[in-house]
Design a binder for this molecule. Structure first.
Ligand code: AMP
Length: 551
């Protein structure tokens, strides 16, 4: 019997059979690679054949540590279509996190970009439990002492293309990790059916709307919730795709939009703020661009207005989480609001918006009571649906905290107005989101408390124009200690990447406490959110600027 399960195989079939000549364009160190869905399809089968020859079987996890390139994209289909599980790993996390994630997921084979990602894997090699093969996403063999390394090009050239096996819709196809309140990343698994459902949901006009006529540029890192899953919707629709390579700067993005006539793209607010700054001073024709999906942090309405007024581009403000496979809501005025004043419509669009088809929500107060949708009652947002995970991998204690009666507790504190528009007002999770990537305040605090001259340390998020949030550390030194901000930063730099280092170190007599004796972070945040703090000497003022600089 032919399987009618909801899997990714019909997406592959549709792209390669109905749109075989459509292009996939990928920016690399030596210029652009440009090929068709047909070639993509052939290479994907060959990669799956190569993985199979290396012993990868249905149910195995294959990790990827890579940038946004066509080679990474081939892995997005080769791995799930052969029945294995695609585990995308954030390349810029601290070493301890990468080690934990790879071992927790029991990855056996890793596909890794050359440069920093490969160096990270090489450095951590002795700390991995199950990894036995490394495939470099390149045609050049890196200089290395590891003897289990091959390049994807040599493997694909020699491989027998794989015939796709029958799949079940409930088998895991993807896996991502998200930062947790306790600091230890938490894994979530996406089944074939979940990825199928999310791609379909995103493609409907009630969410984003994706069509064959679109040219989609994937700016969200492919390790961040699978680039918000757009690579899957793109193939399903048969749209042309553009992969901008490692850490694209605004000039690269503007050039790609112009040259490839991009119509749709997505990313965190920082990317679009930087693009606007660039366009202020440089000529670039972005007139092909129709809409930008912006989320991960709240979209500033000034940025929405500027794109619309100056470039005729609509910013679609979206909310989502790793646990909701990225996009879970989009803020767009309902049709009866089209006659409203611009001001009033922007008020709606600045909210996180209407839940996407398939997802349901409720607001819950501290006593577990459901709250009314009056735009004023503030509670925790709970969601559920076919694109929402129902558990964390291997973390029973996190499941107890994170789920209730089939609902995901998002940790986002919100209101919902009478029109059903969700608005986030705070975050219960004690983590900092800088340029769309998480920094664990608890990790930094624990590390700071290890310092011999520190008795109390609290790390908070303060608002930042460009990165949306940056960490600031409040420190009570030991009495008599001669501690400077430079000492503190140098100490943290031994264990954390530079973009994790606090922008400021504030020395205090005592960190304020709540009635139960915990650090009162709310009070600290209120004290410092508007303060024009002097930057710590040597502090990480460049924020995430150095993330992924390995060109
Ligand atoms: P992640 O799992 O890394 O994608 O992060 C998900 C979290 O990012 C959410 O729970 C929110 O706290 C935050 N977030 C995502 N989208 C938005 C948005 N549009 N506005 C404000 N916060 C957001």
């Amino acid at each position: 019997m032919v399987s009618t399960d909801l899997t990714l195989q019909p997406f592959y079939w549709r792209a390669t059979n109905l749109f075989p000549e459509k292009e996939i364009v990928s920016r690399g160190p030596d210029g652009k690679t440009r090929y068709t869905y047909q070639k993509f399809g052939d290479r994907t089968r060959a990669l799956a054949g190569a993985l199979s020859a290396l012993g990868v079987e249905s149910g195995d996890r294959v990790g990827t540590v890579g940038w946004n390139t066509h080679r990474h994209y081939e892995a997005y289909f080769a791995i799930p279509l052969m029945g294995a599980q695609l585990h995308t790993i954030n390349a810029v996390l601290p070493d301890d996190h990468v080690e934990y994630i790879v071992n927790d997921a029991q990855d056996e084979v890793l596909l890794v970009d050359p440069g920093e990602p490969f160096k990270t894997i090489e450095r951590l090699w002795d700390r991995f439990d199950d990894v036995r093969e490394v495939i470099v996403l390149s045609d050049e063999h890196p200089k290395t002492d590891l003897d289990c390394v091959s390049t994807v090009e040599e493997l694909v050239a020699d491989a027998d293309p794989l015939e796709w096996p029958d799949l079940s819709e409930d088998q895991p196809a993807g896996m991502c990790y998200t930062s947790g309140t306790t600091g230890k990343p938490k894994g979530v698994e996406y089944t074939q059916k979940m990825i199928y459902s999310h791609a379909m949901m995103v493609a409907t006009p009630s969410a984003i709307g994706v069509d064959e006529s679109d040219v989609i540029m994937h700016v969200v890192p492919m390790y961040h919730v699978n680039s918000w899953e757009f690579p899957f919707s793109a193939a399903m629709a048969g749209a042309k795709q553009v992969y901008p390579g490692p850490s694209p700067d605004p000039a690269t993005l503007a050039r790609l939009i112009e040259e490839e006539e991009v119509t749709l793209t997505a990313g965190v607010p920082t990317v679009w703020i930087n693009l606007l700054d660039y366009l202020d001073d440089h000529d670039a024709d972005i007139s092909s661009l129709d809409r930008i999906v912006v989320g991960g942090s709240a979209a500033p309405s000034a940025v929405m207005r500027r794109f619309e007024d100056e470039y005729d581009v609509v910013l679609e403000h979206a909310w989502g989480m790793t646990e909701t496979m990225s996009i879970g809501s989009v803020s767009r005025p309902k049709s009866h609001m089209h006659g409203w004043s611009r001001e009033k419509r922007f008020e709606k669009r600045a909210k996180q918006g209407l839940l996407s088809p398939g997802v349901e929500m409720k607001l819950v107060d501290d006593n577990g009571e459901e709250l009314p949708w009056d735009g004023e009652s503030v509670g925790e947002l709970y969601v559920r649906g076919p694109t929402v995970v129902s558990e964390y991998y291997n973390r029973p204690e996190a499941n107890e905290e994170g789920f209730e009666d089939g609902w995901l507790r998002t940790g986002d504190i919100a209101t919902v107005d009478a029109d059903g528009y969700l608005e986030l007002v705070d975050r219960a999770k004690d983590i900092i989101k800088s340029g769309g990537e998480w920094i664990s305040s608890i990790d930094l605090e624990n590390e700071l408390m290890e310092h011999d001259d520190i008795t109390e340390a609290a790390v908070i998020a303060v608002p930042h124009d460009r990165w949306r949030e940056r960490p600031v550390a409040c420190i009570k030194p030991k009495s008599g200690a001669d501690l400077t901000a430079d000492d503190v930063l140098a100490f943290l730099e031994e264990s954390y990447p530079r973009w994790w280092l606090p922008d400021n170190i504030i020395f205090v007599d005592s960190v304020p406490k709540t009635a139960t004796g915990k650090f009162d972070k709310k009070r600290l945040r209120e004290s410092y959110e508007d303060a024009d703090l002097p930057r710590a000497p040597g502090g990480s003022s460049e924020g995430n600027e150095n993330v992924g600089d390995d060109d």
